[in-house]
Write a protein that binds this ligand. Structure first.
Ligand SMILES: Cc1ncc(C[n+]2csc(CCOP(=O)(O)OP(=O)(O)O)c2C)c(N)n1
Length: 626
């Protein structure tokens, strides 16, 4: 992309150059950064709202701190677009989230300024604390470690755990609380309410101003300065409702205006000198500077391509329903029939399709905040109390809850339903967000039934089946549009798959999203003179051993195809079974490699890793030929 229109951005190729700008230029730079971020994101999509809200804060942090010697850790990392531009990636920023381009999140391999690769919420304070302690243990040059944490991420259990330790071990740690009152949706929970009270409590704000005004008129020698500080702090202690952070061992400063660069810089310059753990509370506006995003911060948290003029989404032709929408409707139908059904989300009511449920059944709906582990155990409690909880969490974030799934749900055989959205390749969000491990980690849990629908109707039927079970069930379905059912769908039977197409040379056992692809491949193979059966596994665990063995005994090649890592896949389980039963047919497992999968569109990634029809066909041909 041409940077000619971005005079100041072109000048700033590193934070060192940024530090040479005057205050007027810094304000101009903020405006350019906003315009550039909007321009790039409008073309490929991305996390717009949080990044627009953090522009001044990013400038101030790089200006006031000595990065990269001082370490900046961005919680989630979706707000770090300005950071990317200011740290030598202005030109590359135009390749954001594209295959071969730079990542949408901080990434250690991309820049020395990306101290930590992030994507999942709630880890920044732990990381920053670890960095501080590494110096305490090993020695070396002094640096400041700064965790930039949103108010949503602050509610995550890991943030709390880190604060708990940091009050004791947090020398040189600074937490910048970037408070925009929003998670993706409106932030929830008691911590959020507490922060709101700090911001809106007139008594506190008024009193703070008065104390500050008095202090300005006190002649400040060293002893007086100390006394003044003590007065300010104890006044704050008396007036701030709760002083949670101070009680935890932090010095709390703020709240300050997160869009006032000068105030931010002078505050950071002052605070960076202190060695004790500091929490700086900064108030920002999500979507700042782009009217549509300011008006509707939730819908502008993450966006697809859009028209900059009016914010209209640039959509493709396809207006079929997504799996999320199908799930949303199907759940409502079940909830209408069964009053025991309750829904749980971890801060993603819209993304997981639970908005309608919230509207219709507010008393049966829970947004627990960014707290996936808690969400699962909370659901276990709901189930133990007689409710039928449906916990809707993206595959990648459900990774956070593995222990809770094992210990609190499955060990207790509780009827919790996991709606595992975005299972498979999610695309542009890359490594931290791909949902390619859930078959592996869910299949290893005893007593958990794992299903994968191959079309919209199957998802509806699986959900209807799941709510009737007495134990835990997980249903994994992908991002994107749900394919229409092209055949008559047989009822769901426990542990049974269905044969979609007969054939004697090859048997493809396909999981969920890969059934359609496999049908295409079978068609191609038949054109090439080989007949190919396609078996829709439906149940990943327990899978239909009996039927698959019968079919495998009559074919020359058994193939498994699934949008999951090969490690712990259905293929790896089936291979053991075929071996144990001495099945003569050759075996070809097709899945994703045992590696972290980078960003790109789902189509590009499927093509690259041989999971599109072309790739599956080629892999089968290769084996048949030999
Ligand atoms: C463990 C985990 N769960 C869910 C998400 C999805 N997610 C991305 S950003 C976000 C909201 C973060 O809110 P906040 O920390 O306040 O930052 P803001 O977007 O408001 O700047 C959520 C829920 C995630 N990244 N990680």
């Amino acid at each position: 992309m041409n940077l000619d229109n971005y005079n100041l951005i072109s000048k700033v190729t590193s934070p060192r150059q940024l530090r040479r700008l005057g205050s007027v230029e810094l304000v101009g730079l903020a405006a350019e950064l906003r315009q550039y971020i909007i321009e790039v994101v409008s073309k490929i999509g991305g996390h717009l709202g949080a990044s627009l809200g953090a522009v001044e804060l990013t400038i101030a942090l790089h200006y006031a701190l000595d990065t990269p010697r001082d370490k900046l850790i961005w919680d989630v990392g979706h707000q770090a677009y300005a950071h990317k531009v200011l740290t030598g990636r202005a030109e590359k920023f135009a390749t954001l989230r594209r295959a071969g381009g730079i990542s949408g999140f901080p990434k250690r391999t991309e820049s020395e300024y990306d101290v930590f690769s992030t994507g999942h919420a709630g880890n920044a304070i732990s990381v920053a604390l670890g960095l501080c302690q590494s110096r305490a243990s090993l020695g070396g040059k002094r640096f400041k470690a700064v965790a930039v944490c949103g108010d949503g991420a602050l509610g995550n259990g890991m943030s709390f755990e880190a604060l708990n330790q940091a009050g004791v071990h947090g020398k040189n740690l600074m937490v910048v609380l970037n408070d925009n009152r929003m998670s993706i949706a409106k932030n929830v929970g008691a911590m959020s309410r507490y922060l709101n009270r700090i911001i809106t409590d007139d008594i506190y704000i008024g009193a703070k101003r008065e104390v500050e005004a008095i202090l300005k008129h006190v002649p400040l020698g060293q002893p007086m300065l100390k006394l003044a500080k003590r007065i300010e702090e104890s006044a704050k202690g008396l007036i701030v409702p709760g002083v949670i952070f101070e009680e935890l061992g932090f010095k709390y400063f703020g709240p300050i205006d997160g869009h006032d660069i000068n105030e931010l810089i002078s505050t950071l310059q002052r605070l960076k000198k202190y060695e004790y753990p500091i929490l700086l509370h900064v108030l920002t506006k999500k979507g700042k500077g782009y009217a549509p995003a300011e008006r509707q911060p939730e819908s502008w948290h993450g966006v697809g391509p859009f028209c900059v003029g009016d914010g209209r989404a640039v959509k493709g032709e396809d207006d079929s329903l997504s799996y999320t929408e199908i799930f949303s409707r199907a759940l409502l139908r079940q909830a209408d029939r069964d009053k025991k059904i309750v829904a749980v989300t971890a801060a993603m009511p819209d993304g997981t399709g639970l908005e309608e449920f919230r509207r219709k059944y507010p008393r049966r709906f829970y947004d627990v905040g960014i707290a996936e582990g808690h969400a699962v155990t909370f659901a276990a409690g709901l189930a133990a109390g007689g409710a039928r909880p449906v916990v809707a969490i993206y595959s990648t974030f459900l990774q956070r809850s593995l222990d809770q799934i094992i210990e609190d749900v499955c060990l207790q055989k509780l009827p919790v339903i996991f709606a595992v959205d975005r299972a498979g390749l999610v695309g542009e969000d890359g490594e931290t967000h791909q949902g390619v491990l859930d078959i592996s980690y869910l299949s290893l849990v005893p007593d958990l039934t794992v299903l994968a629908p191959s079309c919209a109707r199957e998802l509806e039927m699986m959900l209807a089946w799941a709510v009737k079970q007495s134990g835990p069930v997980a249903i994994r379905y992908p991002r994107g549009t749900a394919s229409e059912s092209k055949w008559k769908i047989a009822p769901i039977k426990a542990g049974r798959g269905v044969l979609r197409r007969e054939g004697k040379d090859v048997l493809i056992v396909a999981v969920g999203s890969m059934v359609d692809t496999s049908m295409e491949v079978a068609e191609e193979l038949s054109t090439a003179g080989r007949s190919c059966a396609v078996f829709d596994a439906r149940f990943v665990k327990p899978f239909d051993q009996e039927t698959i063995l019968k079919l495998a005994a009559k074919t020359k090649l058994v193939v498994t195809v699934e949008e999951n890592s090969a490690q712990g896949s259905l293929g790896s389980e089936l291979s053991k079974l075929l071996h144990a039963k001495r099945i003569k047919a050759k075996f070809l497992p097709i899945a994703l490699p045992d590696q972290f999968i980078e960003h790109g569109t789902p189509q590009e990634l499927k093509h690259k890793y041989g999971l599109d029809a072309l790739g599956v066909f080629a892999a089968i041909r290769e084996v048949i030929k030999g």
